[in-house]
Write a protein that binds this ligand. Structure first.
Ligand code: SF4
Ligand code: SF4
Length: 469
């Protein structure tokens, strides 16, 4: 066999090579098979290794289970073939928890910050998941402590700040102040933002680029003019939709990466197709423009939306149709979390998001610290920029995974980890698992084409290094 992508170094080091025994072997259930012109690619979803099989090895797959002969040795050493009684679920859970322990014990600089300058918002979306949140702005004294906290904890590394809220631009003065202080302290930082985009203008965009070092922004749209204005329900007069669309253009012209997030539900599903047409017309030419979509969360907001399981499944399918339509009209678009976007390859994962990263923290407007961006409604925590620490038990809880009934039988099981406490996590329906597999297979094929290109230039195979990033 020919190795296209080497196994991930960390995983390979902890699991080692599999010892060959005189027992019957079968295919590891966590593998993906991808046909290419030159033969069959096999992807090991635990180690991340990708190989191209020889014709002889390929024919062995049809003869399993069988005892090892010389031709099976490499496939066994690399865990593509496992003994008939091998329990891969336990194997994955065991090594996942070892990797999690390693992560929890890391003493890393904190380089990722989700900062809430405010929990106030100028819009009143009926589905807002923060409907119960106490509304406050960060005051100057707290902002100063936040800047000092970043200076002391980033430890000379670049701080990546994501401005969050509420609507972060409602707390623009606080953002200005924190950035001014960071510059004074010599902290290297770049930022992103989750915003409704309404309060931008030419002047604010210039400031955002120069002072906030704003590189990317996510703006939610709910539909074309009428549906958007009704849904956002801003406390302003005039056409908010047109203003936000103009601001998107200003941000794109200034080189900021703009991702439009479409919130899909029954009230706007038809209209979102019209919105995609409009977005394509106005912004398709920008390389820094992309669109993603997701289904509105169940049972959240001022006016809670409730979906039955059947409706959830139907909406999941609609969401994929929407993403297909984005591609059809030439937009760089996908459903939220599509593995194609990051070109990621499947392998054993122990982390879902920032809650599993010891180098990431959330700071509320009162200076209190959290792990998850869905902060407590009363903004209370045991830790703050003034001191104190997050409890060990609480930190550990973020490493307790949630599994769907069908997960351990799904070939992607090693690569899926979601904390049970994550309230943003949507159920994985059969269509989601299928689409995820398709996405990974596309990435693997792309990787293979890349390998062929590099091989013709004499460059060695790459390593699946995602875990170390
Ligand atoms: S069913 Fe979904 S969540 Fe479960 S392992 Fe498969 S892709 Fe992952
Ligand atoms: S809501 Fe879920 S995805 Fe978002 S930060 Fe919290 S745990 Fe992570």
């Amino acid at each position: 066999m020919e190795t296209i992508v080497n196994a991930n170094g960390t995983v390979r080091n902890i699991i080692g090579e599999q010892t060959i025994k005189d027992v019957e072997y079968r295919l590891l259930k966590y593998t993906l098979e991808i046909e290419v012109e030159e033969g069959l690619l096999l992807d090991n979803v635990i180690t991340g290794q990708i190989v191209l099989l020889t014709e002889e090895e390929r024919s062995i797959l049809h003869l399993l289970p069988r005892k090892p002969d010389g031709k099976m040795n490499q496939l066994i050493s690399d865990y593509f073939l496992v003994p008939e009684d091998f329990n891969e679920d336990e194997f994955v859970r065991g090594y996942r928890s070892i990797l999690q322990r390693v992560e929890r014990n890391k003493d890393k600089p904190i380089t990722k910050y989700i900062l809430f300058p405010t929990t106030n918002c100028n819009a009143r979306c009926f589905y807002c998941f923060e409907s119960g949140l106490e509304r406050i702005n960060m005051d100057e004294a707290t902002a100063k402590k936040v800047a000092q906290y970043i200076r002391d904890n980033a430890k000379g590394k670049q701080a990546e700040i994501s401005w969050f809220g509420g609507e972060p631009t409602v707390g623009m003065k606080c953002i200005d102040y924190i950035c001014r202080l960071l510059k004074q302290y010599g902290v290297n930082y770049a930022s992103g933002m989750v915003s409704n985009g309404y309060l931008f203008s030419e002047e604010v965009v210039n400031k955002a680029v120069k002072e906030w070092n704003l590189k990317s922004i996510q703006i939610t749209l709910d539909g074309t003019e009428e549906i958007y204005n009704k849904t956002k329900n801003y406390i302003v007069h005039g056409n908010a939709y047109e203003r936000v669309m103009n601001n998107i253009g200003l941000l794109l012209d200034a080189g900021v990466g703009v991702t439009i997030l479409l919130n899909l539900d029954y009230h706007n599903c038809d209209d979102l197709f019209n919105l995609i047409d409009e977005l394509a017309l106005r912004f398709k030419r920008y390389k820094n423009f992309r669109v993603s979509s997701h289904v509105l969360f169940n049972d959240e907001g001022f006016e809670k939306v409730h979906h039955t399981v059947q409706q959830e499944e139907e909406l999941a399918e609609l969401n994929y149709r929407l993403a297909d339509y984005m591609k059809k009209v030439g937009l760089n678009g996908q459903v939220l979390g599509d593995v194609r976007y990051k070109k990621s390859l499947p392998m054993l994962r122990y982390a879902h998001c920032m809650v599993n990263d010891s180098g990431a923290i959330v700071i509320a407007p009162n200076g209190n610290l959290f792990k998850c961006e869905h902060i407590e409604n009363d903004l209370m925590s045991t830790a703050s920029v003034d001191g104190g620490s997050l409890g060990q038990a609480e930190l550990e809880e973020w490493f307790v995974g949630d599994e769907e009934e069908q997960c351990s039988e799904c070939s992607l099981f090693p690569s899926c980890f979601v904390p049970r406490k994550c309230i943003d996590h949507a159920k994985c329906y059969p269509i989601d698992a299928e689409k995820k597999k398709e996405g990974y297979k596309d990435n693997i094929s792309e990787c293979y084409r890349d390998y062929l290109r590099k091989r013709s230039e004499g460059v060695e195979s790459q390593t699946n290094s995602q875990l170390e990033e």
